[in-house]
Design a protein around this ligand. Structure first.
Ligand SMILES: Nc1ncnc2c1ncn2[C@@H]1O[C@H](COP(=O)(O)OP(=O)(O)OP(=O)(O)O)[C@@H](O)[C@H]1O
Length: 722
């Protein structure tokens, strides 16, 4: 009885939902639309039958009415271009959204699924939650709708291939590529879990997409419920707790990603066979050691993957955040990732379990602070006693340098566990750096390195840098809209031009340019500068020289990174384009004067590892540049440049990017509202608030957010009345 009641309620809800959707969508059912193959205009036919001949109202061409989802078929705002694949939930098409001028992937639910109201309800509910996620490594969900009895989900189209295809093509993936992949997925799933409490529950190579810039994107996140209604999931990647029907959380995804990494590195899944055998193996058997199948995998990476694949969730990483931290350490400290590197071994002995140690360390830090304070007090007492009692044995006199060091360390350790804002974190970061530079081999250096890591994490992961975005927005709303309507590239160049002109130091200017040459902005920047009132011929000449040198480097690049090369060529990029993509990346680190440097100078093995660094933090691009900069510093090749000034610039850049991101949300919300998609508009506002509500950026723009929110509310209530 209860079940019947629930089903009836669901049906009723679905009915209401359909009525609303049908109301919003006037074309439902009767009108069939498609694109004229001759003039490109949309053709509408009432009760059109596939194959039937009709005339285009615009150009008069006689056309054949296409079958649903054939090329040219229009649903909602989307025109189908081609079929790209099938999944358990239905068919996937590449389509084009005319109004927003973008490619999309259209996922259409299978008829069988669409017949069950509770499936549909779940599908809508989950799609809405998924649309709230906004992360560079997650395939963005754009909208969900129904038309003519077809239920569909529209998501970002990823031009590239999935990991399954890549593994099938290449057998085993290179270590660096696998780590990059793991890092990006870990960041994405950490974000989904911490911000929405969403596990993926179907992590597998088919759901990991790699775009043409080698950026990794995970798809189908948030659709766990809908998916599990349609089938049992992919058993080769199922965690023991899923097999046992126990409650599964983010750690089940860690397991599945471990299996995926194992497969990427060895070319084989650890447990193969029929579902019954594989389930048994997941529960009882240990996988064949990775090194037996691929001896080139570094030992530390094997440790990480083995931990991910632990049978019991408690033995795995507790979160993707922890996994990401270890991967970062792995990449940063494992040097060239060689299997026997003593460097790697040494570092990992002391630092690898850092994330695990961190929690204990935090607990200890109060004790540590007390201890350090005690040391300082004792030191001071010692000094007083020493000064007042000349009979004290002079051999125990504390060295002057040591005294200073201990005092500085005490000050540092006291500020380290405070809940720091980004401004404080940044100051702290610089203090730690200064300490390390002054006392590189002191006993406290190790601790400082770990603190530096932690502070950097605050800056990067919690994006607290947004809090001190203080630039008053002087542009009127329309002007800002215009700016945003320009390409990001134009926006960046113009901004940068201004920055460069304002900058007083040549080295700063060079740095700005160096990091942006890679964005193909140099020519635009030069034009902008030449047309600018504040045109500075010396600066312009310098820049021209750098561009000339940059081109020389570009032309002399040897294409030795065959893996990246292969990947890009596979995606239809020709040799010339591949060369320019790679040199664009290189130009991010090599400035005109240092053109003979190779990547190994920066401690990076290949362009892939460079890519890994740059793509891991796309939003915090400026901060990832900081890492590159650190590599410069290590090589002592840029002594003429003042770190502090440059760091401030980088953080400013991060803030500027945050503003851009903020505006994007607002814009998306506005677009959705204009398209009458109040739900999606509201979701953008909710996401915006979640990210920025406590920031100065939000306070500065609150009026704009409020006014848009008000408009959205009004349109919802207006619709409700109708
Ligand atoms: N956003 C996208 N951009 C480009 N291709 C995509 C996108 N989403 C899916 N695809 C491709 O479409 C195909 C089917 O994808 P879909 O997600 O429906 O199924 P699947 O991941 O293969 O299996 P499952 O249904 O078990 O998740 C895959 O080959 C996938 O690579």
């Amino acid at each position: 009885m209860k079940l019947m009641k629930a089903t009836l309620t669901n049906c009723f809800l679905l009915k209401i939902y359909s009525i609303i959707i049908n109301y919003l969508n006037l074309n439902v059912g009767v009108v069939l639309r498609f694109k004229c193959t001759s003039c490109g205009q949309a053709v509408s036919v009432d009760d059109g039958k596939p194959g039937e001949a009709v005339q285009c109202g615009s150009c008069g061409t006689v056309l054949k009415v296409p079958k649903p989802f054939e090329k040219g078929y229009i649903i909602g705002d989307f025109c189908v271009e081609e079929h790209i694949g099938s999944g358990r939930m239905g068919e996937v098409y590449k389509a084009y959204q005319e109004t927003l001028v973008r490619d999309v992937a259209l996922k259409v639910l299978d008829n069988d699924m669409a017949e069950h109201s509770e499936h549909i309800l779940e599908f809508f509910k989950e799609a809405r939650v998924a649309a709230r996620l906004n992360h560079p490594n997650i395939v963005q969900a754009y909208s969900v709708n129904e038309e003519g009895g077809y239920y569909y989900l529209v998501v970002e189209y990823v031009f590239g291939q999935n990991l399954r295809q890549l593994i099938d093509d290449r057998g085993k993936l290179p270590v660096n590529m696998t780590i990059r992949l793991l890092s990006q997925i870990a960041h994405a799933l950490d974000y989904a879990w911490t911000s929405e409490g969403l596990p993926h529950l179907a992590v597998k190579p088919e759901n990991i997409l790699i775009d043409s810039k080698a950026q990794i994107k995970i798809s189908d996140i948030g659709l766990a419920g809908s998916r599990s209604r349609f089938s049992d999931g992919d058993y080769k990647y199922s965690s023991p707790e899923q097999i046992l029907n126990l409650k599964a959380d983010t750690r089940a995804d860690i397991y599945a990603l471990g299996i995926t990494a194992y497969e990427a590195l060895t070319g084989n899944v650890p447990f193969d066979g029929n579902i019954k055998d594989v389930n048994k193996k997941h529960l009882e058997e240990e996988a064949l050691p990775i090194k037996e199948l691929n001896p080139s995998v570094p030992k530390d990476l094997v440790t990480v993957i083995t931990k991910m694949m632990s049978k019991h969730p408690d033995d795995r990483y507790m979160s993707f955040g922890d996994l990401a931290k270890d991967l970062r350490l792995l990449r940063r400290y494992a040097g060239d990732m060689s299997t026997t590197s003593s460097f790697s071994t040494k570092i990992f002995k002391t630092r690898f379990s850092f994330t695990e140690k961190r929690n204990q360390q935090r607990k200890k830090s109060l004790r540590l602070q007390a201890f350090t304070a005690l040391v300082t007090v004792m030191l001071l007492i010692g000094i007083i006693v020493f000064n007042s009692d000349k009979s004290v044995d002079k051999t125990v006199k504390v060295d002057k340098g040591d005294k200073k060091r201990l005092a500085e360390f005490a000050v540092l350790s006291q500020s380290i566990d405070k809940s720091v804002s980004s401004v404080e974190a940044f100051t702290l970061f610089k203090k730690i750096e200064a300490f390390l530079a002054r006392y590189p081999s002191s006993p406290q250096a190790e601790e400082c390195l770990e603190w530096r890591e932690a502070v950097l994490e605050i800056l990067i992961r919690e994006r607290r840098q947004n809090e001190f975005f203080s630039e008053e927005s002087t542009l009127a709303e329309e002007e800002e809209d215009d700016l945003l309507a320009n390409s990001e590239q134009g926006f960046v160049s113009q901004d940068l031009g201004e920055l460069a002109l304002q900058s007083e130091r040549d080295s700063m200017r060079r740095d700005i340019l160096r990091f942006y040459l890679g964005r193909k902005a140099s020519t635009e920047l030069l034009t902008f500068l030449k047309n600018s009132e504040a045109y500075d011929p010396i600066w312009s000449e310098q820049m021209t020289n750098i561009i000339v040198q940059a081109n020389e480097v570009r032309n002399s690049l040897v294409d030795e990174d065959s893996s990246l090369q292969g990947l890009l060529i596979k995606h239809g990029k020709d040799e010339v384009e591949v060369r320019s993509i790679k040199s664009d990346i290189l130009m991010g680190v090599v400035d005109g004067e240092l053109k003979s440097l190779s990547l190994s100078t920066f401690g990076l093995k290949s362009l892939e590892s460079l890519l890994a660094i740059s793509s891991e933090f796309p939003r915090e691009g400026a901060l990832s540049l900081l890492f590159w900069y650190r590599n410069f510093q290590k090589c002592k090749l840029n002594e003429g440049v003042e770190m502090s000034e440059f760091e401030v610039f980088l953080v400013d850049e991060a803030n500027r990017m945050a503003k851009f991101d903020f505006e994007n949300y607002l814009n998306e919300a506005k677009n959705s509202w204009q398209r009458n998609e109040a739900g999606s508009a509201r979701a953008q506002i909710v996401a915006l608030k979640k990210k920025y509500e406590t920031s100065d950026l939000y306070k500065l723009n609150k009026k704009r957010v409020d006014s848009l929110e008000e408009k959205i509310k009004k349109s919802v209530s207006r619709r409700g009345k109708k």
